[in-house]
Design a protein around this ligand. Structure first.
Ligand code: VAH
Length: 314
């Protein structure tokens, strides 16, 4: 039985649907602090739970006989800059609860998402290595770096089978963006269809590592299905698919909507983006568990525009 904490979030929503497809809807329990979209709510068992409450998570694990947890609840980079202590508490307390349940053998396997936000202004920006200087300058990045250290500690000290991926910016159309710095790359598609124009809160040449959600979900499931002995990195795996700037993204949209126009009004999120890498070396994920991305920018843009028309009836 799988428990997804944060099942109504940007990744959680699609991860829940994909896992229900794979292992059967009643073998995946979705939980979140609030209800999700109707497709998710209609697709299998759901429980309201606070990820920072050990008792509430333990109760769900015992009620359903859970043996795997995907902890997808977090406060993302932009929001956490506005609420540092709440961001730290949510991102860290939830992780300790899940790691301790695994340490006490209440669950046998854990997935926990990290992020390219663990890298900071002093990290090499091009083709950022798996192991390198990491001095994150955001609350979110600090919490993800600390979380990675704890995951590796619980694996080494207590044999906890916890696995993690440093997600790049994730682009999807089934949920609206949730307070991230890379959210411009989701909003732009909605605005392009609705108003044929978009004002980007990141500057024209702000290059960031990105990935279409389908690739991220497939990577997550293949890491969790890999034999334990091939998961050699127990902090978190670098993962990448493509990198682009707001300008390049706008050009790929113009191929579909020639009259689309973009302009730029960088805000506080530009400083966060400046602290992150432009491209990631994910050779360890490719070597250890066969990672290979499927969506390039052209394919992603087609999928996003089609998906938004279908789901949001634009
Ligand atoms: C954010 N989407 O912007 C998340 C992600 C790398 C970016 O961690 O905070």
């Amino acid at each position: 039985k799988i428990l997804i904490i944060g099942a109504c979030g940007q990744i959680g929503t699609e991860l829940t649907m994909a896992l229900r497809e794979k292992v059967g809807r009643n073998n995946v329990i979705a939980s979140d602090i609030r209800e999700g979209n109707e497709e998710l709510m209609a697709s299998g068992p759901f429980e309201i739970a606070d990820a920072t409450s050990f008792e509430q998570i333990k109760e769900l694990v015992e009620k359903y006989g859970v043996d795997e947890i995907y902890l997808m609840a977090a406060m993302l980079s932009a929001t956490a800059e506005k609420h540092p202590m709440k961001g730290w508490a949510l991102n860290m307390e939830s992780l300790f609860h899940v790691l301790n349940l695994a340490k006490d053998k209440k669950v046998s396997k854990v997935f926990w998402p990290s992020s390219i936000a663990v890298f900071g202004p002093t990290t090499p920006k091009q083709n950022t290595p798996q192991t390198t200087v990491m001095e994150p300058s955001t609350v979110y990045g600090i919490s993800k770096q600390a979380g990675e250290r704890w995951c590796e500690y619980y694996f080494n000290k207590y044999g906890v089978d916890v696995r993690s991926i440093r997600y790049p910016g994730l682009i999807s159309y089934k949920t609206l963006p949730g307070g991230g710095t890379t959210d411009y790359a989701i909003e732009i598609y909605h605005e392009a269809l609705k108003n044929h124009k978009y004002t980007s809160f990141l500057k024209k040449d702000a290059e960031l590592p990105m990935m279409f959600m389908d690739d991220a979900i497939r990577a997550t499931i293949s890491l969790m299905e890999a034999p334990a002995k091939s998961v050699k990195i127990r902090s978190s795996y670098n993962l990448s698919a493509l990198s682009f700037t707001p300008h390049t993204l706008a050009e790929s949209i113009k191929a579909h909507i020639p009259e689309f126009e973009i302009d730029y009004a960088p805000d506080f999120r530009q400083e966060i983006a400046d602290s992150w890498p432009s491209s990631i070396d994910d050779s360890r994920a490719r070597e250890d568990w066969g990672w290979k991305p499927e969506f390039d920018l052209r394919k992603m843009t087609s999928a996003m525009l089609e998906g938004i028309k279908d789901v949001h009836h634009v």
